[in-house]
Design a protein around this ligand. Structure first.
Ligand SMILES: [Zn+2]
Ligand SMILES: [Zn+2]
Length: 158
């Protein structure tokens, strides 16, 4: 049972790291048009944007979950449970509004997470806040841009 929980947490950190770096890579000029442009057609994200991406980007995302069972003895159900957890967090990231007040987001443990307004910033400005679950890699790599207080539904971003 201990390994079951530890492997879930390991998959969580592995996916957070993998997502940050592949996401940044897909924002390079050469890769963006082929992999990530479709997802960024959602300038003001909604939960539907969570699954709006190009098949090539989907292949990048699935690749990690093909590698993990080769290198880590994780139970199949860990991958299945993690997939639901990840989808839940993906929808949360694309809500487009604050679920928690800005003040609560600044307090532990919410101050560790990347929230929907942080990801909305990313969709609106196409830079910064590349992380999925955690702020860790954005803060480490100085790509953290904080959050939008509210989503500007009238602005247009090209
Ligand atoms: Zn992006
Ligand atoms: Zn997004």
């Amino acid at each position: 049972m201990t390994w079951y929980l530890v492997s879930f947490v390991l998959v969580f950190f592995l996916h957070d790291t993998y997502f940050y770096w592949t996401h940044r890579l897909m924002h390079t000029k050469k890769l963006f048009p082929y992999f990530h442009r479709v997802h960024h057609l959602s300038h003001k994200p909604s939960p539907m944007a969570a699954l709006a991406f190009h098949p090539l980007e989907a292949m990048v995302e699935v690749f990690l979950f093909l590698l993990i069972p080769i290198f880590l003895p994780v139970h199949f159900s860990v991958i299945v449970l993690f997939t639901f957890f990840s989808l839940f967090m993906n929808v949360y990231g694309h809500l487009g509004f604050n679920l928690f007040s800005i003040e609560r987001q600044k307090k532990f443990p919410l101050n560790l997470l990347s929230h929907s307004t942080n990801h909305s910033w990313h969709h609106q400005y196409h830079r910064g806040n590349y992380g999925f679950y955690l702020q860790f890699w954005d803060r480490m790599m100085k790509t953290w841009k904080g959050e939008l207080k509210e989503i500007d539904h009238n602005s247009s971003v090209n």
